[in-house]
Design a protein around this ligand. Sequence first.
Ligand code: CTP
Ligand code: MN
Ligand code: MN
Length: 455
Amino acid sequence: MWLSLYEPLLLFLVSLEEKITTKEDVSAVDQSNTSFPEWACQRKAKLEHLNIKLTSAIEVLQEHAELRDGNQDYSRALAFRRASSVLKALQFPVQSVEQLRGLKDIGEHVKTVIADFLDHGSSSEVEEILKSHWFRKMKLFTSVFGVGPSTAKAWIDHGWENLEDAQKNGCPSNDWRIAWGLAFWKDLNTPVCRTEALTFSQIVQQEAESILPGVITTLVGGFRRGKQEGHDVDILLSHPKEGAETDLLPKLIAALGKRGLMLIGHKEKSSFRSDVLYQDFKISTRGQLDHFEKWLGICKFPKSFSKHENSTSKCEENQNNSHSKTNSDSNLKAYASLDDSLSELYEPKAKKAKPSETTSLDPNLISAAPRDWLARRVDLIIAPYSQYYYALVGWTGSKHFNRDARLYAQKKLGLKLTSHGLYDLQKRESLSAQSEEEVFAHLNLQYVDPSDRNC
Ligand code: CTP
Ligand code: MN
Ligand code: MN
């Protein structure tokens, strides 16, 4: 009797509860992301996103795996990268691991780290790594231009603790990058700011234009993705008339040298041959090496490059603190003779420079001499116009965006994507593109703005 009296109310409550549960489920499904795009190249990832603390933590794990560089470590690093790239594209700040349900690239390990972070404001695993002596040394050593994980490990095996140890033992290898990287470590580890990058790229544009009218000069890399700071300046050059770009690079290097902007660098010839592209389909696991003609080196950026018209920028402040001036006589002498002797190095025709002359250039003296410029890493890349828009995508990055887009092209479309083009290996044909939009269209992807490629 009592029960039957309350039965309707009970039924109502049960159905209400069902409704609430269903509603919760719906929002859980929404958030657990059945419609979340599977591939990073299908998503938008801005520099500013809602999960920066989590991605920073996960990227420490990624970096740790990259530095360990053992057999399993590459795939471990990639797994962390995939997870952080998912978090970067989420439209909500993660507050519980439940919200990550259904996201394919968030594995158990990452969930544990996130849970730890959400519960305690930090992850014990990440903290341990950051404290580790080995990790700190590896970070320090690999921050030298030209030093990768294997060289850094060798330095640790020598018992070296810091960069002075590497310096003291003479130039630890014949690699010019390491010698100059050590001498200019402080400059090269002071972030390049956007103003400097834009100023330099305008000068490159002017010089290139006077050598080759109609040239296209594009600031690529992180700056094209909207970054305010970067570790280098990447500039891509091309010309709408196929083949017109052939002699540009040596002339450009000489012109920049005349303006006193070149310090040291290495020119690579184009190694492009169309058959190379039809051969190996294996997506290279580590580097994203391409076959373009390029110059990779270090330039001298006058401090005035970073000056804003009316104010002292943060960028300018950085640079004023970036190196101490020394005034010894020998340094002054080295400085005075600098531009002449160096032109031998970067002007390709100046082959008459004997090895002894080249080795007599001491990067340490040059670095310690009084100077009004900062050493900056620069990459200049020359692409023939038929490959230009693929080169533009490739050199805009991010690195992970490229890796993902290449894997996507292979797995979903059976096509091979590189910075040189998009190839149908069955039909043995390449798909030409007259714009970046067309590159995305060939890939069956919605166009992703460079500022959204920060995955
Ligand atoms: N890249 C490439 N081939 C290389 C070197 C770089 O295709 N041999 C691509 C990278 O994938 C990246 C872009 O060119 O997307 C720029 O490389 P890099 O300067 O290393 O990275 P940024 O994204 O510009 O980062 P940062 O701001 O630190 O310079
Ligand atoms: Mn860069
Ligand atoms: Mn670069």
